[in-house]
Design a binder for this molecule. Structure first.
Ligand code: GRG
Length: 299
């Protein structure tokens, strides 16, 4: 184990690999319609922590998945995530001007272009899922594509966003918050881990259920930490506007529990997620390190 790169080096290598894959699958800015393609590349490239693709790589290590295949599946998930950020920042949703340390897509381009960027990115993600061989069994690849569709649609991320928009100005209970975030943020994080895992050698149902359990818990922890950072971190550190949840009257783990209890909850979720990996031994090293990164991050 001593010969393995440390987490920082491993993550940097994964981020580099995913950037190259995204560069490759995004349409060239020279192809018509140039402005739309430039805006798509603006929204996706050169920013973000790439947590979802890193989860795919780490889960792929459990099933000895080919990293080239995982990079494509991870890129599809990241493209869905990028689309969701572009739409979330629009004036009709969160109305934000800063994302990943630069002007949001509709500020840099215009609202209609940003809407189309989201639409085109969503289609591109599914094109990536079907243009390439992602695992040995075509039926499993079909299942993976369905999993991403479910995770992004009305019973996943888009549904969670609808609940989020309907909750402004309301106090939600912790179970209600959990329901919202399992959909809005958790579904895509879960899909990232499962897709990475399914790129590799098929494993038994019980192993998959443990990966799924880990991903659900860490997806929720991700959101609890996001809520804490919104009150705890600066706009400069976050690369997006801090303090927006309270300003917009959004129910969060911090408004429901207070910041101290919310931090404790994130830690409880991290420990429970770690437990789900017990049976995998050293193969789950990167997933454990990512769980630490997600909960202990400062931005
Ligand atoms: C518009 C259909 C639709 C859905 C939007 C994901 C989402 C749903 C909205 C984003 C709003 C938000 C701040 C959610 C909290 C958690 C989250 C997804 C944060 C952003 O993800 P990071 O921190 O961002 O992974 P980077 O930039 O690092 O990729």
């Amino acid at each position: 184990m001593n010969n393995l790169p440390d987490f920082k080096a491993w993550a940097a290598a994964g981020q580099g690999r995913i950037e190259a894959t995204l560069q490759h699958v995004l349409p060239s800015p020279q192809i018509a319609p140039q402005r739309l393609h430039q805006a798509m590349r603006y929204a996706v490239l050169g920013g973000g922590k790439r947590v979802r693709p890193l989860l795919a790589f780490a889960a792929g290590e459990l099933s000895q998945a080919d990293p080239e295949r995982v990079a494509l599946a991870g890129a599809a998930v990241e493209i869905i995530h990028a689309y969701s950020l572009v739409h979330d920042d629009l004036p009709c949703m969160d109305d934000d001007v800063l994302r990943r340390g630069k002007p949001t897509c509709h500020v840099e381009y215009d609202e209609a272009t940003a809407l189309l960027v989201g639409d085109a990115l969503q289609s591109l993600a599914f094109q990536v899922m079907t243009d390439h061989k992602l695992c040995d069994d075509a039926a499993v690849q079909l299942e993976m594509t369905r999993l991403l569709a479910m995770a992004s649609g009305s019973r996943g991320m888009a549904g969670g966003q609808a609940i989020d928009l309907a909750s402004v100005g309301k106090e939600l209970t912790v179970p209600e918050l959990e329901f919202m975030h399992i959909h809005k943020t958790g579904a895509i994080i879960r899909a990232a881990a499962l897709l990475g895992f399914k790129c590799g050698t098929p494993m038994d149902e019980q192993d998959q259920a443990q990966v799924d359990k880990f991903a659900k818990l860490i997806g929720l922890a991700f959101q609890v930490v996001d809520d804490v950072l919104d009150v705890d971190a600066s706009t400069a550190d976050l690369g997006k506007t801090a303090g927006k949840d309270a300003q917009h009257g959004k129910p969060t783990y911090v408004s429901a529990l207070g910041v101290v209890r919310a931090r404790e909850l994130a830690e409880e979720l991290r420990l429970a997620a770690m437990q789900a990996l017990d049976g995998f031994g050293e193969r789950a090293l990167r997933l454990r390190q990512l769980a630490d990164f997600i909960v202990l991050r400062k931005s």
